[in-house]
Design a binder for this molecule. Structure first.
Ligand SMILES: [Zn+2]
Length: 100
């Protein structure tokens, strides 16, 4: 992802997503990038007040929701998935995205 897009996403997260535990706004220094693709990224936001960590997925693709909070369940599911994933991305994209 280009830096200006990434900056835009981080700004958006900061403005729209408060701590899911105590509702305090995040500061830029609380927001960490975990991974990005061309159009979206996964961020970890650590609350400076209560220390609660919120995972969020944000994207700039026009036909998807701009950002969403990733629940602990999603993280667990992702971990389970990665543990069982055999590394065959070609097969994965074929089965999860039939349009492409
Ligand atoms: Zn908090």
């Amino acid at each position: 992802m280009r830096f200006d897009k990434l900056k835009h996403l981080v700004q958006h997260l900061k403005q729209t997503l408060p701590c899911t535990h105590c509702d305090k706004k995040f500061l830029y220094k609380n927001i960490k990038v975990i991974i990005t693709t061309e159009d979206e990224g996964i961020f970890s936001l650590e609350c400076s007040k209560c220390g609660y960590v919120t995972m969020a997925n944000a994207g700039i693709h026009p036909d998807r929701k701009h950002n969403s909070v990733i629940s602990k369940r999603d993280v667990n599911e992702m971990e389970d998935f990665l543990e069982s994933f055999n590394g065959d991305f070609k097969q994965l994209f074929k089965s999860s995205n039939p349009k492409k």
